[in-house]
Write a protein that binds this ligand. Sequence first.
Ligand code: SF4
Length: 417
Amino acid sequence: MNSEAEPTFEGAGGMVEADGQTCRKSTGTMQPELSDAELLALELDLFCAECDRPELNEGDDGHTSSRSAESCCTGQGTVEDICSGNEQSSNQSEQKSEMPPEGSSTKRRKQDERIPLERFGRKYLNVTDLSRQVWCEQQVVYGLELPHIEQLREEVPVVKAGSCLHLARELEIQDIVPINVESREDSWAVKIFNLLSMIQFLQAGERVRELPVFGELEGIFLVGVVDELCYNSKGELELCELKTRGQRTYPSAAQRKSHLFQVNIYKLLFEAMIKGQLNKETITDHLHLRTEQPFSSEILMHAQKVGFSINTFGDLLDLMLLNLTYAEIPNIDTMKIEYCYQADASLIGTEVVYFEEEWVKSELKHYCSFWKGQREAKGVDIEEAWKCRSCDFADICEWRQSKAEEATQKNRANRSK
Ligand code: SF4
């Protein structure tokens, strides 16, 4: 079993989400003379315009890459040593190990009778998997089928810069302590330690950052990390999501939609947790975790240090569920997204987010139906063909090709009338 270092958090809790939000400015006005079909058929290289695209990973989920960018932030904060991996990364690699070889096509997907969740070896989805679906579902599928291309995207300098900003914020209020893990249960224990410690801070009226949230929605286990929760001047619990931008501009409406969706899901997950709606079986069944699994010595040492009397993963789950059930933490009253400019960390602006329960639940149902095999993946609608210009998979995208052909045929038919 591989031993991996996992971060856990100590001190006056809180963390920041790293999100490599990037992008280049898009322009519906740049090629006004082009039809949608022509636009879709053009080679990517012909476009030099910059356009918005979704952040590559959620802090929670994007945290993985954010943490791996620690060298950029050396010397900031109080951390002596930041671990090289984290729970997310270990779980991702674990999940990726079951992925099919690259080169999958629509035909091959159709021949595979497994539902996408199984086909991609996913026991759970990250909230960012869902929010990226809002941008383009087909792109998410290609990212899973061709992980080496996805990895290249994560190496983009603007993404790394965003990660550094998040990490710097995180280090403002808490230390990161590396913990070696030896099993998947150890990995989840680290997440639960963080959660338990943050519950205490929230109960004491303090600010927390990078709060893990998880639970089952639409029959799928979802995992995320809330950038920040704190009490505002009115004493209301406030969620704040940090998004960093490569340009000093607000994101496009399309990108903002995925952000709104993301924070709305956080609220659903968080509130289900504090209302005691999580249960042991849901966690162990979805994640295939063993309640009887003993912890590694390092996990046990940490548990002892923070005063937890536990031996197995089942003990820790019981402790967590008890704490969540009896924690007197209010619902999230207000939500906002802070957009920051990567170059100097200055604030571009803040967007207040309203919780739209009906909308988020119906969107969630729609996006989850793909993972459950109830429908095929969809690419962007022809009106949003501009998104394809900045897509790493544009050259191989069958959806894009079929839409281009469709539009060409439609144009021909119109001309011949
Ligand atoms: S080329 Fe367009 S439709 Fe295809 S994956 Fe990329 S953004 Fe989606």
